[in-house]
Design a protein around this ligand. Structure first.
Ligand code: GKR
Ligand code: MG
Length: 423
């Protein structure tokens, strides 16, 4: 037994570059929450989740119910959360961070505590989390270079900070960004966030990437920003094997099914299949050939393994999705991915876009595009309490309480609506 004595829920804010997507533009600060569970026998475990007001309120509301429970009894903790949580409107939340939708509330909240409990269990038993999940099948987890169109700097902030990446608004700009990111991190796959410019301009960028990186698998993700007609008209340009997969070209299972009926290019999603409840219809419609898992809203690391089993049974590929995050999430993703044989694509990560950290030793190092697992207990990371206090202060001062890429873009263009499909 290792009883929970206290839980700290700390919202943080860290600088985020002006990254563009179909909904608009990232604000100057990205939000997350750090969860710290302390046990009566003097151990602690860390989790990381979304930092929107709704999630913070739901996490805080759980604390009194979880104190006194055993960190090893995850099933009981899950049942407790499901029985006491107040469910919001299932459609509330901002779709671009799929985990913040009302419909994912229980898995999202459980996941945050599950990761912290697993980290505590690992620290108590002196075992890495991957061993608590059944053991690793790979020693390192590959990630992809996640490219974004972006402005050079945020226009509507008083903070003088400017990121190191520069502007990227053309195919040449995207290739230059890929070169810098791959030089620094060694990534072996590339994903382009799209839905920002006319599709042809974005496909020209993909073709330029193909020329510059002939061996790197490529993906493009317009976040449902293209219509069915537009997507169909573009498909022939992908015929020569340009894409490893096409991610969320259109916005629903039904429309993904319509595309899938006319192409052999694998379609991937982190938008229209966001929980176990979505799987039967997706299979019925043959809507997707690759699911991007995300423990933050699928219900944790063990739920990610369950999703992997479903994907194996139905011959669906499995990859991993990401939003802006810190090192605790990176290590949770890495431990889960290391245990899943059929998680065979390089995972997404926004990590290169972040400069700050909450863990001791600063940012996690990548080797040849991958994070290498160690045999350190738990997630293998420790909290840097000075850094946490600084990022918590950022949260208090930044004024942002829920991510809103649409409203941020309206500062640049008051007529902006962020409606999809856009093209
Ligand atoms: O951060 O702009 C972004 C991404 O578009 C993110 O919000 C998405 O959830 O990365 C995600 C995706 O693959 O769709
Ligand atoms: Mg996506």
């Amino acid at each position: 037994m290792s009883i929970i004595e206290s839980i700290e829920i700390t919202p943080i804010a860290f600088r985020d570059p002006p990254l563009l997507n179909v909904y608009g533009i990232h604000e100057a600060w990205a939000l997350r929450t750090i969860i710290e569970i302390k046990t009566v026998d003097g151990h602690y475990g860390l989790g990381e989740s979304y930092g929107d007001e709704q999630t913070i309120g739901q996490l805080r509301a759980m604390v009194e119910h979880l104190i006194g429970m055993d960190v090893f009894c995850l099933n009981e903790i899950k049942q407790k959360i499901a029985s006491v949580i107040t469910l919001p409107d299932p459609n509330s939340g901002l779709e671009i961070a799929p985990g913040t939708l009302g419909v994912t509330t229980v898995p999202r909240i459980f996941s945050a505590f599950e990761v912290a409990c697993l980290d505590a269990m690992g620290k108590i038993t002196q075992r890495p989390v991957y061993e608590l999940l059944g053991g690793k099948v790979r020693d390192e987890v590959p990630y992809s270079a996640y490219l974004f169109y972006k402005y050079e700097s945020h226009k509507f902030t008083d903070d003088p900070w400017v990121d190191k990446w520069g502007a990227a608004l053309t195919p040449e700009g995207i290739v230059a960004q890929a070169k810098s990111m791959i030089e620094e991190y060694g990534f072996k796959s590339i994903k382009l966030k799209a839905g920002v410019f006319e599709p042809q301009q974005e496909i020209d960028a993909l073709k330029a990437l193909r020329q510059a990186f002939p061996e790197h698998p490529l993906r493009i993700d317009p976040n449902g920003g293209w219509s069915v007609e537009t997507t169909k008209a573009l498909l022939s340009q992908f015929d020569d094997g340009l894409l490893q997969y096409l991610e969320d070209p259109v916005p629903s299972k039904k429309s993904m099914g319509e595309i899938s009926a006319v192409t052999d290019i694998p379609l991937a999603t982190n938008m229209c299949v966001i929980g176990f409840f979505d799987v039967p219809e997706a299979i019925k419609l043959d809507a997707v050939q690759v699911i991007l898992s995300d423990h933050h809203y699928w219900g944790g690391l063990k739920a990610t393994q369950e999703l992997a089993q479903i994907c194996k049974s139905w011959d669906i590929g499995l990859s991993m999705h990401s939003n802006s995050h810190m090192g605790i999430s990176l290590m949770a993703m890495t431990h889960a991915a290391s245990t899943i044989e059929n998680l065979s694509y390089a995972c997404d990560t926004h990590y290169p876009w972040q400069e700050e950290e909450v863990i001791k030793g600063g940012k996690i190092k990548f080797k040849d595009g991958a994070v290498v697992l160690s045999d350190k207990p738990g997630l293998g990371v420790e909290l840097d309490r000075v850094a946490l206090a600084k990022l918590a202060e950022n949260y208090q001062n930044c004024g942002i309480r829920s991510r809103n890429d649409v409203a941020e873009m309206q500062k640049y263009d008051p007529s902006w609506t962020g409606t999809v499909p856009r093209f």
